[in-house]
Design a protein around this ligand. Sequence first.
Ligand SMILES: Nc1nc2c(c(=O)[nH]1)N[C@H]1C(S)=C(S)[C@@H](COP(=O)(O)OP(=O)(O)OC[C@H]3O[C@@H](n4cnc5c(N)ncnc54)[C@H](O)[C@@H]3O)O[C@H]1N2
Ligand code: MOO
Length: 404
Amino acid sequence: MAELQPVEAALAALLKDVEALPGETVPAAEAGGRVLAEDVTARLDVPPFDNSAMDGYALHHRDAGRWLPVSQRIAAGRPAEPLAPGSCARIFTGGELPAGADCVVMQERVEVEGDRAWIPADTPAGDNLRRRGRDVTAGGRLLSAGTRLDAAALGHLAGQGITEVKVRRHPRVALLSTGDEIVEPGRPLGPGQIYNSNRPMLRTLLTRFGAEVVHLATVPDDAAGTRRVLKEAAEDADVVVSTGGVSVGEEDHVKAALEALGRLDLWRLAIRPGKPLALGRLSRRAAPGGEARFVGLPGNPVSGFVGAWLFLRPLIGAMLACPALSALPKLVARADFETRTGPRQHYMRVALDFAAEGIVARAFRDQNSGVLSSCIGADGLAVIPPNTSIAPGAAVECLWLRGD
Ligand SMILES: Nc1nc2c(c(=O)[nH]1)N[C@H]1C(S)=C(S)[C@@H](COP(=O)(O)OP(=O)(O)OC[C@H]3O[C@@H](n4cnc5c(N)ncnc54)[C@H](O)[C@@H]3O)O[C@H]1N2
Ligand code: MOO
């Protein structure tokens, strides 16, 4: 395993044989951000009847261009009577179009005198109408399995009167922090110690990607302790994520524990940051044959941040069977920086300016993997292939981080 593995090989190993998690039924009102486990079929036409798009007067277009008696008043939510021939109906936005009418004229264009109205001649059939089923047709597919329920999708479900939906259960994630130097905020910091910035950062990203962090633990820097914590985490989780302890030092016990408790699929990637990333599986003792996926991110916070976007997001996306989570959107921008890569593909944290003349990628000045400031305000990751020189103004491919 001395060779550094390319990102594509690592992703393929990580996603191999991942099965979608089972579905569960939840109230639609609480399903924001969840992923549909099955297609949803429309029960109703939307709108359910022809109705007016304006406050105004409904008529048959052949009667336009003269004074018409106003024969009824149709407010939204009230049934309409068939239109008396040669008359018009006062109607409000959303009001049901009466049978016999085929257009609506907005009230600003109408002169009203007592109970009659002057309708301008240029009022064509179909004007200002919203036809039944224009938005949704009953029996058709309303939303597809794999859709992540956003604001519009929730509105669409409610528009059908749907109160419950079947969504994928959240991937359950155990998040472990290794390193005797790591202290939780709120506790005093001793010499040589640092606060745990990876835990809240990764917890937030995992939740955003659709996972539920069910287990948090700290792993001591010794072989037996590392094995114990990993073993415990695997019982309860679909995915075990750890930070730190995956490099080559004698204090790095994660790989050995993984090999003892399951298997190491892949270690050391040709990426910067995040080279010593380790991927594998942990067997579950309580459920023979069962296993949790393992992603060992390097301890440097930027390596964890980049690793989460590149590996945890697609892994969670595969468990949720959600195509939108499987790959990050890409765009091309002009670099405002110069750089040269070695054998590793560099994922540079960049702010993206959407200027009239095109998109500009501005790289944070210090791209070291310990400098978490480089991730603050990062709209994207500029992907610089191995052994490449980039001059200012060169086109660079960027992964977009501001979407789902
Ligand atoms: N001789 C070599 N040394 C190192 C190599 C190498 O190839 N040969 N690789 C370097 C690279 S690249 C990386 S990345 C790091 C990764 O090492 P580990 O994954 O074993 O991580 P640690 O050593 O445990 O920690 C690295 C760094 O990050 C800090 N850290 C760890 N956890 C947290 C946390 N939860 N919150 C904030 N900061 C954290 C830790 O204190 C270290 O400073 O290895 C290089 N070394
Ligand atoms: O692979 Mo490391 O994250 O560059 O320091």
